[in-house]
Design a protein around this ligand. Structure first.
Ligand code: PMP
Length: 432
């Protein structure tokens, strides 16, 4: 039997979890979650929470969404797993349906794997194989995942461990609030940095550049207008590929578009998808142009669980729900309203230095001083804990843990927004 008590779970975790797993626990007093439905979670004592984190963005269309659960249940009962060595129609359908969501023009092909970092790792290998170049560019405050290769393109020291591969130049992120070129500097000076870096820190020829269309863990940093297209241009001029990490910003989350990169009209060479693609089922995909994937076939590459039909059945159901339930449109409308309410909070509480985001990818950044913009980690932690009392689950993010990130299941409603705004207002008002 399962022991649902907090104490029992704490004791087992303390005894049997590795140190890193125990470190990444957000709350002072942990919560045991027992049930989820759409944008809500319930703990073991049946208290209801609004989930503004979506279990770290992977719950795209709602916790235990019935359409997704039914699809996965039916597939698991028929044939839980079938590797890509054999033929199965479900992953093949999903590949077709994913390709249909992408810009017209290229012949898109899909490689399935199990997690975002695995997909990033593969995207890096594809870029290096296709171009014959080694050097990659990535951004400061980027987060691309825990495999050794994904760590090497992650621009936050706290996530980088010994033993990462090299040949990566990390360059300044075009943060319009606190970037190195100051507030609202636009894309231009950061695009110059790409050129300068290629000329100084690489062989002059590069394999590519990885960009989150909206940096997630880095604290919701949206690429400014012209940056993604400008970066693609410069990287291609040096022989490289433009790799869009859509792990957080994809599947309609930015509201205006299905894919974050569409905001800038750029067509990436490689697109990395994970998290929201499976609504909680472990699934990821590297989508690329046919000719770019081709040279990889000179050698074998195979993920045992890649294209697992149970997860792919969930993935197909996610795309169906996104279409049928107008999920992207909801992200746009509800996200715009939530951002408006965050702006009201900013004018009322001086601890808030900035509010920002697109669709249902939003953030509040806390500073000690509006001029120096010194990050305020303590206030962020206090507001975060106070929100928990209002039964709101958020995330402390950013390189300084001074950003509250909101990336809820995209079924969040306008009524929820009222509750969220009131809860946040209470939390800020209660600060000493
Ligand atoms: N890219 C981005 C933008 C992410 O946010 C994450 C996960 N937080 C990853 C890649 C890695 O994904 P995973 O945890 O599934 O390996």
């Amino acid at each position: 039997a399962t022991d649902w008590s907090t104490d029992g779970t704490a004791r087992r975790r303390d005894t049997y979890y590795a140190a890193t797993l125990k470190k990444f626990v957000p709350f002072r007093d942990p919560i045991v979650f027992k049930k989820g439905s759409m944008q809500y979670l319930w703990d073991a004592e049946d208290n209801k929470y609004i989930d503004l984190l979506g279990m770290n963005v992977c719950i795209s269309v709602g916790h235990s969404h019935p359409t997704v659960v039914k699809a996965a249940q039916a597939q698991a009962a028929d044939l839980t797993h079938c590797t890509t060595m054999f033929y199965h129609p479900v992953p093949a359908h999903l590949a077709e349906e994913l390709a249909a969501t992408l810009p017209k023009g290229p012949e898109w092909v899909v490689h399935f794997c199990n997690s975002g970092s695995e997909a990033i790792d593969l995207a890096m290998t594809i870029a290096r194989t296709h171009t014959g170049n080694l050097d990659l560019l990535a951004l400061r405050t980027a987060y691309h995942g825990p495999t050794a290769a994904a760590q090497s393109v992650t621009g936050i020291s706290g996530w980088r461990h010994p033993g990462m591969p090299g040949n990566v130049a990390i360059i300044p992120e075009p943060n319009q609030y606190r970037g190195i070129f100051g507030e609202n500097a636009g894309a231009a000076p950061y695009l110059d940095e790409i050129e300068r870096t290629i000329a100084t820190a690489t062989t002059g020829r590069v394999a590519g550049m990885l960009v989150e269309s909206v940096q997630g863990y880095g604290g919701i940093v949206a690429m400014p207008e012209g940056y993604m297209s400008g970066a693609a241009e410069r990287v291609r001029a040096a022989g490289g590929l433009y790799i869009a990490d859509e792990v957080q910003s994809g599947f309609g989350r930015t509201g205006d578009h299905m894919w974050g990169f569409e905001a800038d009209g750029v067509i990436p060479d490689i697109i990395v998808m994970a998290k929201g693609i499976g609504n909680g089922f472990p699934l990821a995909a590297v989508v690329t142009k046919r000719e770019i994937a081709e040279p990889m076939a000179e050698k074998f590459l195979f993920h045992t669980y890649g294209a697992n039909p149970t997860c792919c059945a969930a993935g197909r159901a996610v795309l169906q729900v996104i279409r049928e339930d107008n999920v992207q449109e909801n992200a746009r409308i509800v996200g715009a309203e939530l951002l408006k309410r965050l702006e009201d909070l900013k004018s009322k509480h001086k601890a808030i230095g900035d509010v920002r985001g697109r669709g249902l990818m939003l953030a509040i950044e806390m500073v000690k001083d509006h001029k120096t913009k010194e990050p305020d980690r303590e206030t962020t932690a206090a507001v975060f804990e106070a929100c928990r009392e209002s039964r709101l689950i958020l995330s402390k993010s950013g390189p300084n843990q001074s950003v509250l990130r909101m990336v809820p299941p995209m079924c969040l409603s306008l009524d929820d927004v009222d509750e969220v705004a009131e809860g946040l207002d209470r939390a800020f008002s209660g600060l000493g």
